[in-house]
Write a protein that binds this ligand. Structure first.
Ligand SMILES: [Zn+2]
Length: 455
């Protein structure tokens, strides 16, 4: 298998430290708000990575962190007048529900920062013992001049205010402008933990390396995240762990996903085009959303809009229509050979840096060839399509038993209108949910309710 490594800026043979085993970490969310569709893209694409590595026979341990203490959490909780940990718990739950709804099922363990306070403190102490950390009145900092390799991942060493995720820690007494906080001293009205570093709370970057050191040790195989985390977050992770352990590299292979753009802009809350995963799943089904993400290469940036989703729906339908032609009792050598060749091409594309668009193209070539051959698709075709769906989780191969007649839908919508008129919203919502379960999505507009079939 070949993977593009951000650290070396080229595609490389992927060789895990221990044969057959992959230790994989992907930066999780800061749980202070609902997750947006940009998160959905990143986590769906890494879900495929983990599923594919497993399909290739690797024993994968996939960990994600949850940032459950942070400036953003404290600020939002103060606005809402609730304790920060309550806010974090609620949005952690919402995040896990969103991932389940997207069928992002491959994470083995979600690790909360607050469950690793001791590991975090121990790592800051190790950095201090080795001369990489120093203390100011507002906490502990990493001294960048002690790590000459700083910048090796991103090619950058300076922080700029426009870095949305830099979370710059300002203190005029820092030794270097880019020095980042390892431990933030207690501030009035903020939560804190009493530790040998003094009362306070963890810096953001140290969570990940404390968690991965606890789970994997000082070096592991694969670290993923969105491209905007490369600097300074991942650079800081490298500085911390390689300084604390004296061993390099922290990670053999760094993988980064491209931006999601909605309406031409980078998907970000600050840009005002925030669309939550919940919004997206109310408008379309999880398979179509997954297909939209997986039909693009993970490193590309992509647009998400109505036309992307329409294309995804149409492509899914072509595969599902082919599925309906399959006769599982049928088998012959010609279709076996045809399928075997297609299967080889499909896996070869994924072996090359998880090239999902090329793998899907190989699948469509196969369907075209099969249709042209005039042969009945049989058991081997069914097996192949099931393998594809076990990786992508984007196709509905269930028999068409739940299909609902148009007239029935109209009847039920009339019933729902009546309930809404009587302010019986629970009953009205039950109809919406029942239709949704049968693949019918409805949308209330100024011109009335419109509906469409998913997939
Ligand atoms: Zn992270």
């Amino acid at each position: 298998m070949i993977i593009y490594n951000t650290l070396t800026r080229r595609k490389e043979q992927f060789i895990p430290m221990e044969p057959g085993k992959v230790r994989m970490f992907v930066c999780g969310p800061t749980v202070y708000d609902l997750s947006h569709v940009g998160h959905a893209k990143t986590y769906t694409q890494f879900d495929l990575v983990a599923r594919y590595l497993r399909a290739r026979g690797y024993q994968v341990t996939y960990a994600q962190n949850l940032t459950d203490i942070d400036d953003k959490i404290i600020r939002r909780a103060a606005e809402l007048g609730i304790p920060p940990q309550q806010l974090a718990k609620e949005y952690e739950q919402a995040y896990l529900e969103d991932m389940a709804a997207l069928h992002n099922t491959s994470v083995d363990t979600h690790e909360r920062a607050l469950d690793h306070i001791d590991d975090i403190v121990a790592q800051v102490q190790a950095l201090n013992d080795r001369g990489h950390a120093y203390q100011l009145d507002d906490g502990w900092y990493f001294d960048l001049t002690t790590f000459p390799d700083y910048g090796k991942l991103s090619g950058r060493t300076d922080t700029r205010p426009e870095d949305a995720l830099s979370r710059v820690d300002e203190n005029d007494h820092k030794r270097n402008p880019g020095d980042f906080a390892l431990w933030k001293a207690r501030k009035p009205g903020e939560p804190y933990w009493d530790t040998p570093l003094g009362p306070g709370r963890p810096g953001w970057h140290i969570e990940d390396t404390a968690i991965t050191e606890a789970l994997f040790g000082p070096q592991y195989d694969l670290h993923g995240g969105a491209v905007d985390l490369i600097f300074p977050h991942h650079e800081a992770e490298i500085a911390q762990m390689e300084s604390a352990s004296g061993r390099a590299p922290l990670v053999r292979c760094w993988m980064h996903t491209g931006f999601l753009r909605v309406g031409g802009d980078k998907m970000a809350k600050s840009a005002g085009n925030f669309t939550t995963i919940r919004d997206a799943l109310a408008k379309t089904d999880y398979r179509t959303l997954r297909y939209a993400f997986l039909s693009q290469h993970y490193r590309s940036s992509m647009e998400l809009d109505e036309s992307t989703l329409d294309q995804a729906r149409g492509a899914r339908r072509r595969v599902e229509n082919f599925w309906r032609l399959i006769d599982a009792d049928h088998d012959d050598q010609a279709t076996r050979d045809l399928t075997e060749r297609a299967r080889d091409r499909f896996y070869a594309r994924l072996d090359d840096d998880f090239d999902t668009p090329a793998a899907l193209a190989a699948l469509f070539d196969y369907i075209r060839e099969h249709n042209r051959s005039g042969q009945q698709p049989g058991r081997v075709a069914g097996n192949f399509l099931n393998e594809v769906d076990a990786l992508f989780d984007t196709f509905d191969f269930a028999p068409d038993e739940t299909s609902v007649e148009d007239a029935t839908i109209e009847e039920r919508l009339a019933e729902r209108r009546r309930f809404r008129g009587e302010k019986k919203f629970a009953e009205a919502d039950a109809i919406r949910n029942d239709l949704k379960a049968r693949g019918i999505t409805i949308e209330d507009t100024a011109a009335g309710t419109r509906w469409w079939r998913e997939g």
